[in-house]
Design a protein around this ligand. Structure first.
Ligand code: ZN
Length: 471
């Protein structure tokens, strides 16, 4: 049974884990540049997001597409629309943020969001079996299908005071930035497209997903991508600072390994029965000698060991917990395979030495997160860079995190994690806050990028190829 206190503790643990991941990822890419902001400002761009220069160059093809899109009168009007729509977007951010939505309890907020989507004029709005809200804006045909996602759920249990409070222009509310601002920004983008009758070539799917946080274990996007095999690119909107993008989603496998044997007296049964602890020791020694790739960063850890009865008992039981992670899907699979083989081998060796068959090990998968890395030179990264520069913002490091992006990245779908505007502080904490000053600028970058990927009829061809047309 999980109490709300447990959930809170787990959530805190998850958030510190996420921050740890961010820090470890950032360390890989941050060049030696001092973070130029004071540590007193909770809204300061965190120093793990120091600007990196130069980013990969943007190809001719991509910058041309973005110039054409931004020069088209329809898109220019849409960009102005986003600015004028900013107060409405903020109102909706507050409205949605005040509806409780811990993982597995997203329904009320999801339904409210569906109503807002319908108000934009979109007709193809539905809820899938998992509880995700899916809204489709059709292209003219023969184009790619691009999904843009923001998650509905928050880390805050039912009963948390989530009433938004405003002080000196700052909006305080648990969940307001992670990820409610993203949901509201998508509404504004749809309105901007519809009001200016922008006809895209490819289809855009606006996805509000369930189960991103903690124990939700990405169930929403997992179900979405299992059902929708035609997705050509994925944009994951998270509470990232403007200009920052994530290309890495660290994947992990976690195991609980239990050794069981007959046990016996340390003197009387010596040489006759295998020891659960000795076998596990063999495994740990071999695991700790494994060489793993530095890039993509791949790690392992035996974090917990338990077992034994007394100093003079050949142990009938031993248990260890093993955590394996990688920024590469194949590398994670390789190391996992090696570790599972080592465990099997440790049982065989201990049994063989004692001429026994009585020792067994059982392996339980207790955690699994998909992930991988989007190549920095891929079109989706280029499109983001081009869109950021064209909107006169500074790009930042390609940070990573454990987010919804893990699922599409692991499926080989071009995926990028980006922000949606505004400044954020204290996410996953009760002090979570949004500074909405010029928040529309995030939506402008996002829309520019989205349009360049799907293409605009009569203006620019899609930058992303459609899988469905590749046959
Ligand atoms: Zn989030």
């Amino acid at each position: 049974m999980i109490t709300s206190l447990d959930i809170h503790r787990i959530n805190r643990w998850v958030s510190s884990l996420a921050l740890g991941l961010l820090l470890s990822q950032a360390a890989l890419v941050v060049r030696a540049q001092p973070a130029a902001q004071s540590s007193e400002d909770p809204f300061a761009t965190p120093d793990w997001v120091a600007p990196v220069a130069p980013w990969p160059a943007v190809s001719e093809n991509v910058s041309q597409a973005i110039s054409k899109i931004l020069a088209s009168p329809g898109v220019q009007k849409a960009m102005n629309f986003l600015k004028e729509d900013d107060p409405q977007t903020l109102k909706e951010t507050v409205f949605l943020s005040e509806i409780p939505a811990p993982a597995f309890n997203e329904e009320k907020k999801a339904k409210a969001y569906m109503e807002l989507l319908k108000k934009t004029g979109l007709t193809d709005v539905r809820m899938d079996k998992e509880g995700n809200v899916i809204a489709v804006r059709k292209g003219s045909g023969q184009g790619p299908t691009v999904v843009i996602d923001a998650h509905i759920d928050t880390v805050f249990p039912l009963g948390t005071d989530i009433k938004v409070k405003v002080k000196d222009g700052i909006y305080y509310g648990p969940g307001i930035t992670d990820d409610t601002r993203g949901m509201a920004a998508m509404l504004s983008m749809i309105r901007a497209l519809n009001a200016n009758k922008i006809q895209t070539v490819g289809d855009i799917i606006f996805l509000a997903s369930v189960g991103e946080e903690g124990l939700g274990n990405l169930r929403g996007v997992r179900a979405f991508f299992a059902e929708n095999k035609n997705i050509d690119a994925a944009i994951i909107v998270e509470s990232f600072p403007i200009g920052a993008a994530g290309i890495v989603s660290t994947a992990s496998n976690r195991y609980e390994v239990t050794y069981e044997g007959p046990g016996g007296h340390s003197y009387a049964a010596f040489g006759q029965v295998p020891s659960a602890i000795h076998a596990m020791g063999r495994a740990i020694a071999k695991i700790s000698d494994l060489d793993v790739p530095k890039s993509p960063r791949t790690t392992y850890n035996v974090g917990i060991v338990k077992g034994g009865r007394s100093i003079n008992t050949i142990s009938p039981d031993a248990m260890m917990e093993v955590d394996i992670r990688s920024d590469g899907t194949k590398e994670l699979a390789d190391v996992t395979k090696q570790i599972l083989a080592i465990i099997q081998q440790s049982v065989e060796e201990e049994n063989k030495r004692l001429g026994s068959q009585s020792l067994k090990a059982s392996i339980k998968l207790v955690g699994e997160r998909a992930g991988g890395t989007t190549p920095p030179d891929s079109v989706i990264v280029q499109s983001f860079l081009g869109a950021t520069r064209a909107n006169n913002e500074k790009e930042m490091v390609m940070i990573g995190a454990s987010t919804n992006a893990g699922i599409p990245i692991s499926l080989g779908i071009p995926t990028l994690i980006i922000g949606s505007g505004g400044r954020y502080a204290g996410f996953h904490a009760l002090t979570e806050a949004l500074d909405p000053t010029n928040a529309f600028k995030g939506a402008q970058i996002d829309l520019t990028m989205l349009l360049s990927l799907v293409g605009v009829e009569g203006v620019s061809a899609p930058l992303i190829a459609a899988k469905s047309l590749a046959k």
